[in-house]
Design a protein around this ligand. Structure first.
Ligand code: ACK
Length: 302
């Protein structure tokens, strides 16, 4: 907790400032909804474009996540993490102010409901960027942490298609939980590592699993999330494993890429995704190793 307090370097915004910036939280400025409330686009008087996360209610859980999020990311500076500019706690309101990310989330970009086309170069950059951001959280930051909710809606894209990890509301300090069994499992179905989902066993390797799912979604253009009514936990990952056994792994590549991809790099991304989603956490690489594997600087285990 001391470490967290020392890391607090955020700016305090006034309610009036944020009200003016978002045109009184006008619906037209709404970027979307998260589990915690709404996100609005705004502009500060100096012209800085911001994204304001507004907590919907003063629910206990919401409050806890809000305070957690400020503590977690204030003072964190990395090109692949969404920058927190500051917060506002006036008028019973809890608001977080972030840098604005022009190209929304990776989930939207991959869904086909976006005008954005992700070519191979963009996908490679997004995948490596996400890996670097996560590696920084795990090992590079002064305060080491586990994100716990790595998924494509939490990977945002800036104007130059740089990937930045957002939503630190569920993040935990490394030391806090990695030695014991967590009683309350939080995360998203389709991205949760089996040992965490089933036994609450939380280590940084749970994030590595989630990253593997994200990487597989990037290369395939498909979602790993279960269809309603199905009891299949990880359809995309299972399909990839079947293809690997048959020696047809390249079949997973997004047909929309139509040959523009570099097959060596695509195969690398698939194999990294597979090793990261290994059922055994100790067989998964560290994120620092995953970065090197993606860049071809380290051999990928079979
Ligand atoms: O996919 P989206 O448009 O991108 O929908 C979600 C929504 O708000 C709820 O999280 C968007 N969002 C979140 N943070 C930011 C940000 N810093 N810049 C731009 N959009 C954001 C996210």
């Amino acid at each position: 907790r001391d470490l967290r307090a020392q890391g607090l370097q955020t700016v305090c915004f006034t309610w009036r400032q944020l009200q003016a910036a978002t045109n009184n939280f006008d619906e037209a400025n709404k970027l979307g909804e998260g589990g915690f409330g709404s996100v609005f686009k705004g502009e500060l008087t100096d012209g800085t474009i911001i994204a304001v996360k507004k907590l919907s209610s003063k629910s206990c859980q919401g409050n806890r996540e809000f305070v957690n999020e400020i503590g977690m990311i204030s003072g964190l500076n990395h090109p692949n993490l969404v920058k927190l500019y500051g917060c506002c706690v006036e008028k019973d309101q809890l608001l977080l102010v972030y840098e604005y990310m022009e190209n929304n989330s990776l989930a939207l970009a991959l869904s086909g409901n976006s005008s954005l086309k992700l070519d191979w170069a963009a996908r490679k950059k997004i995948c490596t960027g996400t890996a670097r951001g996560l590696d920084f959280l795990h090992e590079g930051a002064a305060i080491r942490m586990i994100h716990r909710d790595i998924k494509t809606p939490n990977v945002l894209l800036d104007a130059d298609l740089n990937a930045k990890i957002s939503d630190f509301g569920l993040a935990r300090l490394h030391e806090e939980e990695h030695t014991h069994i967590s009683t309350k499992v939080a995360g998203t179905i389709g991205y949760m590592a089996p040992e965490y989902a089933l036994m609450g066993h939380l280590t940084e390797k749970a994030d590595v699993y989630s990253f593997g799912v994200v990487a597989m979604e990037i290369v395939s253009g498909k979602s790993n999330t279960t269809q309603k009514g199905s009891d299949d936990n990880a359809p995309l990952i299972k399909w990839a494993m079947t293809l690997q056994q048959k020696g047809d792994i390249m079949e997973i590549v997004d047909p929309k890429l139509e040959g523009e991809f570099n097959s060596l790099e695509a195969e690398r991304m698939i194999r990294v995704a597979l090793v990261c989603t290994n059922a055994n956490p100790s067989s998964r690489p560290l994120m620092s190793e995953a970065v090197k594997m993606l860049e071809g600087e380290m051999e990928i285990p079979q």
